[in-house]
Structure formats: structure tokens, C-alpha cells
Design a protein around this ligand. Structure first.
Ligand SMILES: *[C@@H]1O[C@H](CO)[C@@H](O)[C@H](O)[C@H]1NC(C)=O
Ligand SMILES: *[C@@H]1O[C@H](CO)[C@@H](O)[C@H](O)[C@H]1NC(C)=O
Length: 416
């Protein structure tokens, strides 16, 4: 018990600048694919299978191959992070992987006058080698190191020469966990809209369009994609993405529950946070609505010491075995952004069943973690395809079973 992370990689509100790259090197890969992206001069979309779950793991991960010869590393996916980094074999303090599994940096350091270095907010360095160092801070830890460049094999099926891109990322050699729990993956995959994020870097070399999406299965696993091809041409609910923010956020929304309406300012979409967080007053309002609705339903709230999974848990007459047992007692929330754009949050997107068979609330009091904004975490994105379309400045979703597109028939099968 207790090895699930209460909260994943919530980004601190770093003030970063958005660098607009106005010209792109013409390195379009020839491809056998007929997908839509090619017509616009982009390579085919990249689709990567995920493993992991909200509970008990607390995160979703994928494997990427780096270097030549390529070596596999696991990354926790994080739409709330800018920089991708990997545990690095460079006098590492706090690395959780055995030495032979660490990334071995070559000599491809990034100098601190590199444009991408300015983007990670590096104030400069006394280092005589003038390499670019970084320090990223999360709610549950921090990592520092220096930037390097290496080859990522993103389309393994395309062989060794095509389907790979040279990307800039962090060699993390000082890793601190505030919770004391070691990082289980080799690194974090930064998927934000910052120019240092992997999708932005791929866009800069015209490898893929800057559109990402994920489908996180409530049963475990799912897939992540980079590029526009897997986005369905209909049936997607879209809301505008706030332009000025570094992170993925919508405008104001209303949270409806059982006829009551709670007003929210913007909402952040952060797959790197396991649970959903609201500031204290909103969290309090949600908790009282739920408690009121449970009156007379034979559920009792158990003290934290008795379950230990999450701050608020309810016990039924019998231990809960599946989400369908829970569904009878809990109603669906609706997050309404506009008249036509609503995101349904059924019980399985805000409750987990603990190992003790209690229903535990996956909505947390953000104020406890210093998070004073509304943040939709992975739990509330389960069994939907979430799309972050940086080309058109919008966020979308549609329901889905989260089987990777490769196992489907057309049009998805042509995309890998
Ligand atoms: C990163 O910076 C923060 C704030 O200055 C500091 O507390 C933390 O120890 C640094 N992290 C690492 C791993 O050096
Ligand atoms: C949320 O956390 C803050 C800080 O710990 C606390 O003061 C507040 O009472 C909590 N709110 C609720 C509704 O529990």
C-alpha cells in the first residue's frame, strides 16, 4: 500500500517565453504513407502504446529508443511538463535505476547560448564548458542536470535511417523526490506546448504536426499519439485552448452535479497528475454535494487511517469489487465549457476502488499541494481520446476504447 503517487508531475508555474520558429529546415522524410499529414509536408503520425493505470500505479508510461545503437527507456507521459529528461549516468545523485540502465550521455552537450536553453529559463552558468543546465520542479520532486542532443527512434518499424529525429532533452543527474518514493520510470516525457517539448521539436523539423493525443484506458494501458492522423474527423467536442498559458488550459467552465452549478475559472488538462485537483473552496463544495447526495445510501466515510489510499474514502455494506458496484451510489458530474461542449465525469473518472474495497475520492484539495487552480488529472480523462491541437489552438475529446489504432482496421492501421 501507499506506492501510488497522490499527485503526479504538476508543473510549477514557470514563466517561460514562447519562441516562434518562423522557418523550418526542409528535412521531410519520404514515406510510403498516404495519410493526411503528408499532403501538408509532415511525416505520418507517431502512435505509441502505453502501460500503466491511475490506481495503483499512478501514471501511464511508454518506451522510447534513444541513441545509436538505440537503447529503450521508459517515460511517464506528462502534458503538464515542458522538458523531457532521462536518468543519466553522469555522477547521478538520486537516480532510481541501476547504473547499466541509465542513459549514457555522449559529447553532444547543448551550449547555454542555444535558443532552446533560454526556453528552459536557465539564468546562465559559471560552467567553463558553457553547457546548458536545467532544474525542473514538480509538486512531488525536482530534477536537475544538463541538456544534451541525441537520436530518438520514434517509428521503430521504419528502420534505422528514417523514423528517427535528433531531439534535445535533459540528462538528469540530480533527482529529488519529496515523497521519498523513487521514480519508477527512466524519465518524464514533456508534452506541453513549450518549444522544448517533444511535439514542438518534432514540429520544428516538420516531422509531425503539433497535435498530440492520448487515450488512457480505465482498465490499464492505452496509447499516445503525436501528429494529426488519428484525430477523428467527426464526433470530437472541441473547446478553445487558452493562448497565453504555457500549459494546456480551457476557458471558464461550470461544474454541474445533481442540479447544482459550481463556477470554475480556466481548467488545466494535465495527464502527469494522477488525480483531479480543485482549490479548497471548490473542493469543499464538491465534497459537500457528494456527501449530501449519499445521505440514506448506506455508505459510511472511513477515517483516513483505516484505508490510507486517499484522504476521503467510503465503505459500502460489502466491499466494492468493481466500478459497476460503485456506479449505483454515485452520480455523474458534467464539466460544461459552452452550451455545446460538455465533458461527462462518471464515477469511474473521480473514484478509485482501494485494495480494501472502499470507494476513494480521486478529487483532491489542491490547496494542500499549493495548487490554486482547477486541474483535470489522468483519472478524469480515462476511456476518452483527449486531443491537444496546438495547430488550431483547441482541446478536444471523444469517447473511445483506447485500443491502439494499429489493432484497428482502416483508417488507423495505415498510420504507424
Ligand atoms: C532545483 O531548484 C530548487 C529551487 O531553487 C531547489 O530547491 C532544488 O533543490 C533544485 N533541485 C535540484 C535537483 O537540484
Ligand atoms: C484544503 O486544504 C487547506 C490547507 O491544508 C485547508 O486549510 C482547507 O480547510 C482544506 N479544505 C477543505 C474543504 O478541506
Amino acid at each position: 500500500m501507499g506506492d501510488n503517487k497522490i499527485i503526479g508531475k504538476v508543473p510549477f508555474m514557470m514563466v517561460l517565453f514562447f519562441l516562434v520558429l518562423s522557418c523550418f529546415p526542409a528535412t521531410v522524410q519520404p514515406s510510403i504513407n498516404t495519410a493526411v499529414q503528408l499532403m501538408a509536408g509532415f511525416g505520418p503520425s507517431i502512435v505509441l502504446p502505453l502501460t500503466g493505470n491511475v490506481y495503483p500505479r499512478g501514471y501511464f508510461e511508454l518506451s522510447l529508443r534513444i541513441g545509436n545503437p538505440p537503447k529503450s527507456f521508459t517515460f511517464e507521459i506528462d502534458t503538464g511538463s515542458d522538458l523531457t529528461w532521462v536518468q543519466c549516468d553522469a555522477d547521478c545523485e538520486g537516480c532510481s535505476l541501476p547504473k547499466h540502465e541509465l542513459y549514457k550521455p555522449g559529447k553532444a552537450y547543448v551550449p547555454f547560448d542555444d535558443p532552446l536553453c533560454a526556453e528552459i529559463g536557465n539564468p546562465g552558468s559559471d560552467d567553463p564548458k558553457k553547457i546548458c543546465s536545467f532544474n525542473v520542479t514538480y509538486v512531488d520532486g525536482s530534477t536537475s542536470g544538463y541538456l544534451v542532443r541525441d537520436i530518438f527512434t520514434l517509428r521503430p518499424d521504419k528502420g534505422s535511417t528514417s523514423g528517427s529525429s535528433t531531439l534535445t532533452f535533459g540528462c538528469g543527474n540530480k533527482i529529488q523526490s519529496y515523497t521519498g518514493e523513487p521514480l519508477e520510470t527512466a524519465g518524464i516525457l514533456g508534452l506541453s506546448k513549450s518549444v522544448v517539448s517533444i511535439p514542438s521539436q518534432l514540429r520544428a523539423v516538420r516531422e509531425t504536426q503539433n497535435v498530440i493525443g492520448h487515450c488512457l484506458s480505465g482498465k490499464s494501458g492505452g496509447f499516445l499519439f503525436i501528429g494529426n492522423d488519428p484525430v477523428p474527423s467527426s464526433g470530437v467536442t472541441w473547446v478553445p485552448m487558452l493562448k497565453k498559458k504555457q500549459y494546456y488550459a480551457s476557458g471558464p467552465a461550470d461544474l454541474f452535479f445533481d442540479g447544482t452549478d459550481i463556477k470554475l475559472s480556466h481548467v488545466l488538462f494535465d495527464s502527469g497528475s494522477t488525480y483531479t485537483l480543485f482549490p479548497s473552496t471548490i473542493y469543499g463544495a464538491i465534497l459537500s454535494l457528494l456527501s449530501k447526495d449519499l445521505i440514506g445510501k448506506k455508505l459510511v466515510q472511513v477515517p483516513f487511517e483505516q484505508d490510507g489510499t486517499l484522504p476521503v474514502c467510503w465503505r459500502g455494506i460489502e466491499p466494492f469489487k468493481s466500478q459497476s458496484d460503485v456506479k449505483r451510489y454515485f452520480k455523474t458530474f458534467t464539466l460544461r465549457f459552452t452550451k455545446d461542449a460538455g465533458l461527462q465525469l462518471p464515477p469511474e473518472t473521480y473514484l478509485v476502488i482501494s485494495e480494501h474495497g472502499n470507494a476513494c475520492l480521486g478529487i483532491l484539495n489542491g490547496t494542500v499541494y499549493g495548487v490554486e487552480y482547477n486541474l483535470l488529472g489522468a483519472i478524469s480523462m480515462l476511456d476518452k481520446m483527449l486531443i491537444y491541437d496546438n495547430e488550431k489552438g483547441r482541446i478536444g475529446w471523444t469517447s473511445g476504447d483506447c485500443f491502439p489504432p494499429i489493432s484497428r482496421t482502416e483508417p488507423f492501421s495505415a498510420m504507424l
